[in-house]
Ligand binder design. Sequence first.
Ligand code: GTP
Ligand code: MG
Length: 330
Amino acid sequence: MKRPFFLPCRGRHCQLVMGPAGSGKSTYCATIMTHCQTAGRKVHLVNLDPAAEHFEYEPTIDIRDLITLEDVMEELGYGPNGGLIYCLEFLLNNIDWLEEEIGSYDDDYLIFDCPGQIELYTHFPIMKRLCETLSRLNMAICGVYCLESQFIEDKSKYFSGVLSAMSAMVNLEIPHVNVMTKMDLIEGDYGNRPIDADGADADADEDDSISDAEKKRRRQRRRRRLMEKAMTERELDRYLDPDPLLMIEELDTVLKQQEEEEEPSPWTLKFQALNQAIVQLIDDYSMVRFIPLNITDEGSVEYVLSSVDNSMQYGEDLEPKEPQDMPEYD
Ligand SMILES: Nc1nc2c(ncn2[C@@H]2O[C@H](COP(=O)(O)OP(=O)(O)OP(=O)(O)O)[C@@H](O)[C@H]2O)c(=O)[nH]1
Ligand SMILES: [Mg+2]
């Protein structure tokens, strides 16, 4: 069976996938590549990490063909961080190389997998200059900032992640989507825990072979699990749409403990004032929101991809694809 299928007829689009080290950028890229290819969309991976070693998909354009971190460290005596900045500056100074490589991918969709050094997005102008070059090449860009769900375990770490995402948004001035990655780890622990895991609790009421006491016990257990799930979902929402009160609550707890034991330390009071200023900043701008990504759930991957596509108006000039080019579906 064939089904209607659309491809963009013109315009170049790319995602710039950023985020702290280990936040799941390369896994995100591979997941989107798989998803797009299954849907018959033409996508290419561009590797901008000169220290990368392994990829699920072979990059079509690879900074390592221009320069590698290993060479820079060996020949110029740089350390890993300085070496990485050197490599990216080298790329910008030889931008005609990238322009030439991109030149042959006229109507396609590129996914740039970036390195994990946070300073690249927050205070070095490297990414900004790269964006300017891509815009000059008539490319629509969307910044995708990945933050991993494990940051939620530590509120200070989580808020520093929120600030780094905000800094990237403000610095780059491009359409931007923040993604909370590795949600399978969170949802595996709480959100998706089956309510009726140890038996068909919901049907127990109808079952005459089960005693009334057992039915009551199962009903209570089911109610408790449903409440836990609702609580967890509500709590998670406070992290996906950052609730500044999370940070204040934590410091209030520390302050209360210190007041019970002795005088609060002047440092705690100073930190409280600082945190309140940060909270005010996040609240005033109210720009950062995260879309959760669970790579084990196709619906979640599709939702993230369409949010990114929408943000750069991908698909607005779609044209029906010719029937002979359509993929076959059984
Ligand atoms: N469970 C789970 N693990 C993930 C997910 N995404 C990434 N990981 C794991 O997290 C680790 C880091 O993932 P990468 O995709 O390499 O992260 P990265 O941001 O590209 O890392 P750098 O390029 O080194 O900054 C790997 O062990 C991945 O298997 C996810 O969605 N779920
Ligand atoms: Mg990577």
